[in-house]
Design a protein around this ligand. Sequence first.
Ligand SMILES: Nc1ncnc2c1ncn2[C@@H]1O[C@H](COP(=O)(O)OP(=O)(O)OP(=O)(O)O)[C@@H](O)[C@H]1O
Ligand SMILES: [Mg+2]
Length: 263
Amino acid sequence: MEVTQLAVDQIIKAFLFILFAFFSVFLTLALFFYFSRKKIVKIAVEKKNQEIHYQKEILQSVIQTQEDERMRIAQDLHDDISSKLNIVSLNTHLLKTPNLSESEYNEIIDNVVNLTAKALENSRRIAHDLLPPVFEKFGLHAAIEELVNEFSSAKNVQVKYTNSLDFSYLEVNYQLHIFRILQELLNNSIRHGKASEISINFVENNSKNTCFYSDNGVGFDMKSTNKKRGIGMQNIDSRVNFLGGKINIHSEINKGVQIDFNF
Ligand SMILES: Nc1ncnc2c1ncn2[C@@H]1O[C@H](COP(=O)(O)OP(=O)(O)OP(=O)(O)O)[C@@H](O)[C@H]1O
Ligand SMILES: [Mg+2]
């Protein structure tokens, strides 16, 4: 009888022990999942915050570029058009002066003709800077060819451009972003890199439209430049972002710059 009672006690003890062990394991697992979930949520929130911060930076640089563009156009209009039309206006008023000699009359007319010709030429240049006419008429490929030729002839640099993509199916907006990216890259290669050779190559890479860009200039230190990225590179970032693509930038001092972006 006593032996049976002892066995029952032991079974109960063992049962309680197993129950306790189960409970401990359950509690540990529950705590583990609770905290790891909290950590995952925290990481996700941090990532989202970073994304928002990045979007804000992009927006800021877009606004900044717009303002810079406006200021540049305003200056161009003021210096190259308004000031000339002002003098044209003054000269035409002078024509009303009574008793003008023939030579005075001719001088005024010459002034008016010259100044209007200059104002016309400047207004063409301003319009060209805003949107090259070749772009509207013949699309991105022709516009890049023209850009490359302009750089090659004016800036003492050899620019090699090859393209195996068809841009015609791209929205004009997209084409314009790609054009502006190349303008900035070329300007940087000349201004900062002092490059003598530049290569631009559009190909399909991993079934994505990709542009490979490189120069043989002085390059830059990626670590220090990342901190002082100018508006130019930020704009490129936001344009590539708009194109739904990714950009890779690589450079080392004295080893030029290698950049690729897809869209
Ligand atoms: N091709 C290049 N060769 C050498 N350094 C370069 C090149 N491209 C960019 N850099 C470096 O990266 C920096 C940032 O370039 P970014 O275009 O953003 O600004 P920026 O050209 O100085 O000014 P901006 O806002 O007028 O473009 C440059 O100041 C330069 O130091
Ligand atoms: Mg720049």
